[in-house]
Design a protein around this ligand. Structure first.
Ligand code: HEM
Length: 176
């Protein structure tokens, strides 16, 4: 078995793009726009829809991962680092679930489903800092950035130092 299942490959790259967009737009546009700005509702609608979709696709990917055959774990010649490599993939899922979960908690506490999706016309709170999950969401998104940086560094090490063909495992083609 040389490659991951095509569904896992497709979801990997789709989620990579969506998560990076969520981080960039969330940090640079959404949180930089005051709640009094008329554009804020639209930004929230985009961000919340994308965040919920990320959560759903991550859950689907985890399920597909459990039920499909995978290439053997990469071996870098050190049992501890090998275990760490396997564990960090689960940490990735956990952090994404926590980011999305804390986002949903802010939305729930601030009544955003009614305001943003049902267009109730009620005003947004002056900002979200009064809700404890807002601080957690901010910290967890920074942690997610760190996990992504570590993930990319590990990929580069495999691909260019160990030259063990890591990229082709997460690309389309014959699996056998
Ligand atoms: C994996 C998915 C998600 C990512 C990567 C993400 C990313 C971000 C980022 C980077 C910020 C700005 C953090 C800061 O500057 O401190 C943010 C803020 C926020 N996010 Fe998310 N988020 C996700 C999911 C969600 C979900 C599912 C919801 C709600 C349904 C949500 C609601 C919010 C809200 C309400 C804010 C605060 C905006 C503000 O302070 O004006 N997020 N998000």
């Amino acid at each position: 078995m040389k490659r991951y299942h095509g569904a896992l490959v497709a979801l990997h790259w789709l989620l990579a793009i969506m998560i990076i967009m969520g981080l960039v737009m969330g940090g640079r546009v959404l949180s930089a726009t005051p709640n009094s700005d008329p554009q804020k509702l639209f930004y929230l609608q985009m961000h919340m829809s994308m965040g919920i979709l990320i959560l759903a696709l991550m859950a689907i990917r985890l399920l597909v991962r459990f039920f499909t055959r995978k290439p053997p774990h990469a071996d870098i010649g050190n049992a501890l680092l090998n275990k760490l490599g396997v564990a960090t993939h689960y940490v990735f899922y956990l952090v994404v679930f926590l980011v999305a979960g804390s986002g949903l908690a802010i939305a729930n506490m601030a009544g955003l489903p009614d305001i943003v999706f049902a267009k109730s016309g009620a005003p947004l709170p002056s900002d979200f800092s009064e809700y404890p999950p807002r601080a957690a969401h901010g910290i967890l998104t920074k942690l997610l950035i760190l996990v992504i940086v570590g993930h990319v560094a590990a990929f580069l090490y495999h691909q260019f130092v160990r030259k063990d063909g890591m990229f082709s495992r997460m690309w389309f083609g014959k699996r056998g």
